[in-house]
Design a protein around this ligand. Structure first.
Ligand SMILES: NC(=O)c1ccc[n+]([C@@H]2O[C@H](COP(=O)([O-])OP(=O)(O)OC[C@H]3O[C@@H](n4cnc5c(N)ncnc54)[C@H](O)[C@@H]3O)[C@@H](O)[C@H]2O)c1
Length: 262
């Protein structure tokens, strides 16, 4: 039974590992006995993460890669295979958000969001799946959407569009690669305290409105998202594929307009 909830000896590649959620995934996966290739475009952040994990005696190796570059992604695959011989779990994490009304969005900004969130994710997915399909035990891929693929507020146009696209991309990948025993799923977080959301955290009204929208009246920690991401690499999740797991503290359950006095 313990095997069901283990990633012992498994190999994970975490992109966006210098960030809030990616960093927590890399930490948790390695602390549970897995082996991790942590990757990010931010070399400084990445080396701090790798030092933090390895100083505690866990197995992690860092590799700088920009996921918008096909060459970088292929180099990351080479590094991962040279390091550990295979990839069992892949986390496709990086994204940016430029929060602006549609009328004020420049085409350059729109392209920047699409290029990382959608094309970058697609590149990682495509290149890794073609390698992972040779793994006799299959594998697990986790992509990151957001509650913004379902519910929005002003300013989320390009970001929300990419997050909706990620859901469909993952479903198609799950269908195409199921025959190789590769599972592909999406996590849709609510609001998590990471560098991505500092603009909101710094605005006290915006910050409070977000926590009020959840059942627990608080934001999530990165580890509360990472724990679900790591579960998706465990044998316990072997029948989960092509789906979205909401980790949103009830955000999408509540309509939030009014609390009747019952
Ligand atoms: N934080 C939240 O509240 C929240 C909510 C919903 C969804 N999400 C999603 O979760 C994922 C992780 O978000 P986060 O909050 O940890 O973000 P973050 O900003 O903390 O981390 C993102 C990481 O991606 C890296 N990155 C950026 N461009 C890159 C590139 N071209 N190549 C490689 N790495 C690159 C950054 O350097 C950074 O370390 C994202 O997909 C995000 O959309 C986050």
């Amino acid at each position: 039974m313990r095997e069901l909830f283990s990633v012992e000896g498994r190999v994970a590649v975490v992109t966006g590992a210098a960030g809030g959620i990616g960093g927590a995934i890399a930490e948790l996966f390695s602390e549970l006995g897995g082996r991790v290739v942590a990757s990010d475009v931010d070399e400084g952040g990445l080396s701090r993460l790798v030092s933090r994990i390895s100083s505690r005696g866990f197995d992690v190796r860092g590799f700088r890669a920009d996921i918008t570059s096909v060459d970088d992604v292929r180099s990351l695959i080479d590094f991962s295979l040279r390091s550990y011989g295979r990839v069992d779990a892949l986390y496709v994490v990086p994204a940016i958000n430029i929060r602006k009304p549609i009328g004020k969005y420049s085409y350059e900004e729109f392209d920047r969001v699409i290029n990382l969130n959608l094309r970058g994710s697609f590149t990682v997915l495509k290149e890794f799946l073609e390698v992972m399909k040779n793994n006799p035990d299959g594998g697990s891929v986790v992509l990151f959407s957001s509650i913004r693929h379902l519910v929005v507020e002003p300013g989320q146009s390009a970001y929300a569009a990419t997050k909706a696209a990620i859901v469909q991309l993952a479903k198609v990948a799950a269908v195409e690669y199921g025959k190789y025993n590769i599972r592909v799923n999406v996590i849709a977080p609510g609001v998590v305290d990471t560098p991505l959301t500092q603009q909101i955290k710094k605005d006290s009204d915006w910050y409070r409105a977000y926590l009020e929208k959840t059942v627990f009246k608080r934001w999530a920690t990165p580890m509360e998202i990472a724990s679900v991401a790591v579960f998706l690499a465990m044998p316990a999740s072997s029948y989960i594929t092509g789906t979205v797991i909401y980790v949103d503290g009830g955000w999408t359950a509540i309509d939030g307009r009014y609390e009747p006095k019952l």
